[in-house]
Design a protein around this ligand. Structure first.
Ligand SMILES: *Cc1c(COP(=O)(O)O)cnc(C)c1O
Length: 395
């Protein structure tokens, strides 16, 4: 499946911080990736909700190509139009305030954390986040991430972060107070296996943030831009944050991150407070604008709800037949729990069937296909999964 020389060169040249599947891709189109021999694989994770427009989407390719030929990057010391256009788009389609650009999800979490700390001042050093939440790997983002295994080797972390279970209403009530500058959460926790934060918890977070003058920050890095069937997951939940973090799908595959705030909060950063050399560059923003226009199409959102519903129905069918213990999801963000701790084996077996999946825990499989995945491709995935899970049960 993969040239062993490539595996050896990788091991000798790259730090071993990733466990890679034994396959190398050279081309992609829609929800399909191709290896060097031309074998087609159905991408059921889209780089963890990154290439949601599909691989090498023609509108994104055109935007990148045209922009690259004119101007790739220039310093933030000068004006360029693509960043203004993309910021206007994000502002007008979400919280109505101004935007800060960065280059990744972790950087968006960092920026939102710094914004909240600056706005809160020295008397509000505390941040509340959720256990099993994920906000990225840099120090501030890692400190918000409520997963001990990811934090442990890197202590001491940024101080002041308190973690509360995603369904612990009383815990949240106790944690938020006059010293809290922000509550950070994902509407649906992706990295731990697509676990929705209960509606009552979202509503209470909004209420407590208002009562105590803290910011409610939603990390929509994985859920945002139509993944769950609405443009943002908060719109589906009917609870609006003060600040929202975006990245992943925002660039159509090109690195970019963004933080958008409500008016009144969006002037917290002043010149000199924060920044990044590459951030808001014309190439990334041109790609972002093209991706956003594709992802915000109501027809695509209807497709996400329809095909997502088809996927979830099929996954529930696996539960009904004892091949899985639980299926959950919203739009094209779905997961199943398995009866045994063999999710990694199922991922390997599905790779042999040419379906790209990932497992978030030893017994949880996550499904995040590009939003352009077709009903037929989804049916193919479900059939292969059923075969694979049935075969694994008898071995
Ligand atoms: C992926 C992810 C991040 C981190 O984004 P990077 O671009 O990998 O730094 C943060 N929050 C959520 C919810 C994510 O899914």
């Amino acid at each position: 499946m993969i040239d062993e020389r490539l595996v050896e060169r990788e091991a000798a040249a790259l730090m071993p911080n990733y466990r890679r599947q034994p396959v190398a891709f050279v081309r992609g189109e829609g929800a399909v990736l191709y290896d060097a021999e031309g074998n087609a694989y159905l991408d059921c994770m889209a780089g963890i909700s990154m290439t949601n427009v599909g691989h090498s989407h023609p509108a994104v390719v055109r935007a990148i190509t045209e922009q690259a030929a004119r101007l790739i990057n220039v310093s933030n010391l000068y004006y360029t139009e693509p960043m203004i256009e993309l910021a206007e788009w994000i502002r007008d389609n979400s919280l109505g305030g101004r935007v800060y650009f960065c280059n990744s999800g972790a950087e968006a979490s960092e920026a939102a954390l710094k914004l909240a700390r600056k706005r809160g001042g020295p008397d509000r050093p505390e941040v509340v986040a959720l256990v099993e939440g994920f906000h990225g790997r840099t120090y501030g983002a890692l400190s918000l991430t409520g997963q001990a295994s990811k934090q442990e080797p890197f202590r001491p972390l940024v101080p002041g972060v308190v973690h509360v279970d995603r369904d612990d209403l009383e815990g949240l009530r106790a944690a938020v107070g006059p010293r809290t500058c922000a509550i950070f959460l994902e509407v649906i926790q992706g990295e731990i296996g697509v676990l929705p934060v209960p509606q009552a918890m979202l509503e209470l977070a909004r209420e407590l943030a208002d009562a105590h003058g803290a910011l409610l920050v939603f990390d929509e890095i994985q859920t945002g831009l139509s993944r769950t069937g609405t443009l943002f997951a908060y719109q589906g939940a009917g609870v609006e944050p003060d600040v929202m973090c975006l990245a992943k799908s925002l660039g159509g595959g090109v690195p970019i991150g963004a933080v958008v705030a409500k008016p009144g909060i969006d002037a917290t950063f002043q010149p000199g407070d924060h920044g990044s050399t590459f951030a808001g560059g014309p190439l990334a923003c041109a790609a972002g604008l093209a991706a956003c226009r594709v992802l915000a199409d109501p027809a695509l959102q209807a497709h996400v709800r329809e095909v997502g519903g088809r996927l979830l129905d099929g996954l529930r069918g696996l539960v009904a037949d004892g091949l899985a213990t639980e299926a959950r999801g919203r739009g094209l963000m779905c997961a199943i729990d398995l009866p045994r701790q063999n999710a990694a084996d199922i991922v390997d077996a599905m790779l042999a069937e040419r379906y790209l999946l990932n497992n978030t825990t030893p017994r949880t499989l996550r499904f995040l296909p590009p939003l352009v995945v077709t009903a037929e491709q989804t049916d193919g995935l479900l059939a292969a999964l059923r075969r694979t899970l049935a075969a694994a049960r008898t071995t």
